[in-house]
Ligand binder design. Sequence first.
Ligand code: MG
Length: 371
Amino acid sequence: MKGVVLIGATGSIGWNTLEVVRQHAGKLRLVGVAAAQNRERLDAIAREFAVPHASLFADEGVEGLLRLATLEEADTVLLAATGTVGLRPALAALEAGKTLALASKEVLVVAGGLVMETARRHGARILPVDSEHNAIFQCLHGRPADASVRRLILTASGGAFRNLPSEALDRVTPEDATQHPNWDMGPKITVDSATMANKGLELIEAHWLFGLPPDQLDVVLHTQSLVHSMVEFIDGSVLAQLSPPSMTFAIQYALLYPERADSTAERLDFSRALQLDFAPVDMKRYACLRLAREAMEAGGGAPAVFNAANEVAVNRFLEKRLPFVAIPDVIAHCLESLSPPAHDGTVEELLATEESARTVASRFADTRMRA
Ligand code: MG
């Protein structure tokens, strides 16, 4: 029986995780749950799964998350909190030797060096829950990406506006942007899919998780979202992982790892015609992806600036206070005008870098406000 702590229980990853725990009640036991502010839903989850420890971020702040992340009875901490609020709990879980099932990509984007070093020092394992990284992890059979790997190829659906001509992008609304063609996710990540900032964050996440340099990380458009990512080896063979676009596959794999178990999830139906399309990404159209790559190459505090600036810009867009097409402008402005530390900072330094990026991003976004 694995003891699981779920941080971010009321979001879409949380919802899918509860489904996996329900299906595998004989193998997985929820020992702690946390949510941001939905008290009613958190109480309902705690009752249904008889969870001994629960924490509402609105009441307890990060202290509650730290307490859950280090619970004696926890084997695995699944971190699916929004943004970098999960950074300290992630580090605490690793220091306590827990397995970290990581869905909050921001944690690695902002503090990848620190997080990976902490895991190494304490012999703790990080298992990716993000579908792309989970796919790569499966293709590598949990082994490191050694000299036999030529590159990792992350697949991208292209998001909500992939078929829209570029000229039409300045008129799109938050309602348009939050309709993802394949995946059912929260509003922030759905907008990040449409700009491909999400794929940019995932490149940085892959860089840290698998320890490969930027030039061994690629992105390819794949509109069906059935191939979740691929590994190309030096002999030219490419391994891919496929499944229907549901997060339960990655979550179940991470929670039960190294075991594979039955699932009631929908399966790929090869009795019907099935098409898989791949195409190169137009980097002019997806400026956020290009900027993320630049931030990854710059290293140090640059990815933290990218992430914070993007967060501010996307929130403004969702509040109808910034045009969709101005999202990359906000990020570019922050990367240019802030000179983040070139080294991996401490948690405090990284969070301070984030904070100043937020301030600069907000000020710049004010000047681009919709008339
Ligand atoms: Mg993903």
